[in-house]
Design a protein around this ligand. Sequence first.
Ligand code: FAD
Ligand code: NAD
Length: 474
Amino acid sequence: MKKYDVVVIGAGPGGYVAAIRCAQLGLSTACVEGWINDEEKPALGGTCLNVGCIPSKALLDSSHHFHHIKNEASDHGITVSGATIDVNKMISRKAKIVKALTMGISGLFKKNKIDWLKGQGKLISNNQVEVIPLHESHDEKIIVEAGNIIIATGSVPTKIPPASVDDKLIVDSTGALKFNEVPRRLGVIGAGVIGLELGSVWNRLGSEVIVLEALPDFLSAVDKQVAKEAEKVLRKQGLDIRLGAKVTGTGSNNREVTINYDDAEGKQQITVDKLIVAVGRTPNTNGLGAEECGLELDERGFIVVDDHCKTNLENVYAIGDVVRGPMLAHKASEEGVAIAEKIAGKPGHMNYETIPWVIYTWPEIAWVGKTEEQLKAEGIEYRTGNFPFMATGRAKAMGEATGFVKILADAITDRVLGIHIFGPNASELIAEAVVTMEFDGSSEDLARTIHAHPTLSEALHEAALGVDGRTIHM
Ligand code: FAD
Ligand code: NAD
């Protein structure tokens, strides 16, 4: 029986990063991964690279270009007539990007001498993993011995009974990344991150998009001021967002889907060409052998871990979407690095207070730390600084002046408690906010930091000055 210092189960951004870091630290490492891609080939990279972060951003970028050319290029004096979208070409561009990146992970595995065990991993005990080979491979089932096991089996789309996915007209996020034409009318259940991102993609390409959200509030976890502004802007872009809409059933023939839902005004019905179900994701412990091994799961199916990702089984850790905390690729990766370092006898560092969030609508929504509502609920005294992109030269020059930066700082110590950005390239700008919070920085630290001119980052600088009532350009 082959023996490794570490066996990782799952090669998404949690598992593959953990495996690489283990190998870098001199631990003999194997990673069990059973993903089969659209070409029916085994692939590394998990949800993020194959059907998540990367392909969705590829489509967001393509659709952003199309929308810009059609609607905004003329503002710059550029005339483009007859712009059309070749959906199949856009989808194959996305597929090429995914292939290159997932093959890149195979290359990194080779470089770091990580054994990729192709198949489904099942816990036999706290130091043995069975690998059930992929159906097309002729390998035998094998059992490997592990000094430590890291479970990184991720998550899968949540299913709801009134809208079961048929992969034809009713799809989940994976199906929504490979439509072969622009649906004339598109329904989306769930105005969460996926609903808004993928809804935006198809809206920009010409679909009439109706988003049904069960909750009465839009983006209820986001700072209210940001959520309110984003709702206004996204509605203006054409997303027909219907809040407090509880889907009761769907019916489909071969051409269209009928959706029944209840809202404040009573029973409603709409008909669409395609329906995306995006109501959250469920931790994936399918076939993992959790029950047989006594691995503790909580009532929602997450593997129970402590603050250091330790499960109830000795030397068995779990990271990423399959454990508590935000379901984000960078959270999974950082947990992977921290656990690899802990196994190698190093301290390992993971700060759950400074995990950035980004929603890749346009403008983008990004934040780190607490919302104003959270601070109020916790009775923390704070000061705010706000600055609109409209008042920055660079945003004006780009023609992208919608949105603002908001900084929340402790009223006594001035320590930054939260930064919220709705605006162009917020996904990049948020890094400065994260660094500030990671170093326990104050709004004064940001205010005294020189920002290049003209840049979008000047809005952060001005918002920081605003905490002390001394913005220059407003
Ligand atoms: P996963 O990426 O889900 O990987 C788990 C892996 O484990 C899979 O490859 C699976 O095949 C494998 N596996 C499962 N069980 C077994 C087993 N028993 N044996 C062997 N292998 C197994 N996050 C962001 O931070 N930014 C984004 O922009 C973003 N966009 C997203 C867009 C979409 C459409 C979706 C669906 C998700 C997006 N996410 C984004 C979320 C992100 O993809 C996840 O948070 C991230 O992939 C979680 O990483 P993970 O390693 O925990 O799990
Ligand atoms: P989500 O939790 O962001 O949103 C789901 C939405 O569906 C919620 O607003 C919820 O109230 C609503 N909902 C739930 N049941 C419903 C029902 N029956 N009818 C109508 N609405 C209903 O989940 P998601 O958008 O599916 O994304 C899953 C996770 O994937 C996210 O939480 C996020 O962690 C990750 N993700 C991240 C990014 C990113 O970082 N940019 C992008 C995509 C996905």
